[in-house]
Design a protein around this ligand. Structure first.
Ligand code: GP9
Length: 414
């Protein structure tokens, strides 16, 4: 436990050092609207099928937003709930099960609670049963004012498990526009849930040769979600919230399609091992800042655990007294500050943008792999990955200890 505490103190000190950055507090007092998109992967962005863009609204939004093109999900068995934990609590998921279910009675330094401590209202919206993933309990623990679950919505656009995202977003904006500002709103979408079959009336993409396959259904589903995001942006503008808010979204996890052939056909080339890993873990992270500031594509690596630290940094709220793993991604001088940053995955894999380390499935160190991140070529001297792999293990162990022994509140706060 002492080592875990020290690990978190070191990480907190790294965030503290960034507080002199010119962007710290640049967006103080703005609303924060964060969308978690079901099974939304980044490989569909900027792609076309039969001449039509799969994500036309997102592609357009990227022209005026900060887009992290090397951003990865860090979920494990807890799937959607792990993504939520990563994004709002900045801790790693557990090796087995979901923190939401196993440790909902423990304490966390959550984004909603931290923002509430700074005068925000904080609500979470998801049009499904409130008990799923133990959300009722966990959201209470994380400090949200209100969890608007399925009962709070009119099911006037039935899709899949529940309400379609278009209506979900619209009804949520109707609530948000009457909310006391500044607010934090966390919205969890659902229409692009496995197995991705939309009603015929909601299918507007010609999936061509993928039609009537799960991959084609997935493309249809993300195309629908993209349209829902387009409408949501229009609604936020009409409600006068767009330039008063930091608007962000990310994908929660991969789409569970485990055959590579349709991906390779869609992308038009075979995928080597690093490309497969990057595709499987790759999710979009898009941040629209008021008045389109800092728009561009950023290639530095990042992961879901960096979302809360990034938000706190932009709002000028110190993350130095918080038990979190991530570090801010949007800083004035990302290149100098992000050196040695590692994105750590639950199986012990990591990338720092230079190498990708994949531990052996049989657990034998000699079977682990160390690749150059961009070329995907095996690194001739695998010891290049050794120190990073050990550091990744330490991060996972420190996170597990803090969660399992309820230590978040006992880490030293400077
Ligand atoms: C249900 C939704 C799906 O509420 O969040 O969770 P998942 O099955 O993707 O983990």
């Amino acid at each position: 436990a002492a080592e875990a505490k020290q690990w978190f103190e070191t990480r907190a000190a790294q965030r503290k050092a960034l507080e002199t950055d010119a962007l710290f507090g640049k967006y103080k007092g703005k609303n924060v609207i964060l969308l978690q998109l079901e099974a939304f992967q980044s490989f569909v962005i900027h792609q076309r099928i039969n001449g039509a863009e799969v994500t036309p609204n997102i592609n357009k939004l990227l022209g005026s937003s900060v887009y992290f093109s090397n951003f990865y999900h860090q979920t494990a068995q807890g799937r959607t709930s792990d993504a939520d934990l990563a994004a709002n609590v900045s801790l790693q998921p557990l090796p087995t099960g979901s923190v939401f279910i196993r440790y909902a009675q423990h304490d966390y330094d959550s984004m909603p609670q931290t923002l509430k401590d700074h005068g925000y209202t904080a609500n979470v919206f998801h049009a499904y049963d409130g008990g799923f993933w133990n959300r009722n309990m966990m959201y209470d623990r994380l400090g949200y004012d209100t969890f608007f679950s399925k009962n709070a919505y009119r099911i006037d656009e039935p899709i899949g498990w529940s309400l379609g995202d278009k209506s979900f977003f619209k009804q949520t904006v109707d609530r948000m526009k009457d909310e006391k500002q500044p607010f934090y709103s966390f919205l969890i979408s659902l229409s692009s849930h496995h197995p991705y079959q939309l009603p015929k009336s909601a299918q507007t993409l010609d999936a061509g040769s993928f039609k009537n396959t799960i991959f084609g259904d997935y493309l249809e589903a993300v195309h629908y979600v993209d349209a829902a995001i387009g409408s949501l942006i229009d609604e936020l503008k009409a409600a006068g919230l767009w330039d008063q808010s930091i608007f962000m979204f990310y994908g929660d996890h991969d789409n569970s399609i485990r055959e590579w052939e349709p991906f390779e056909t869609f992308l038009g080339h075979p995928l080597n091992e690093t490309e497969r890993f990057r595709l499987l873990k790759g999710i979009p992270f898009v941040v629209h800042l008021p008045h389109d500031e800092r728009a561009g594509s950023y290639e530095q690596v990042g992961g879901q655990l960096d979302i809360t630290p990034t938000v706190l940094h932009l709002l000028g709220i110190s993350g130095a007294d918080k038990t979190m793993i991530g570090t801010p991604l949007i800083t004035a001088q990302p290149d100098t500050q992000q050196h040695q940053k590692r994105i750590v995955f639950r199986n012990g894999a990591f990338t720092d943008g230079a190498v990708l380390y994949l531990p052996a499935e049989d657990g034998l160190p000699q079977h682990s792999k160390c690749y150059a991140f961009t070329t995907g070529l095996a690194v001739t001297d695998p010891s290049v990955c050794t120190a990073g792999a050990a550091a990744a293990r330490l991060e996972l162990e420190a996170s597990d200890i803090v969660i399992e022994h309820n230590l978040v509140k006992s880490i030293h706060k400077p």
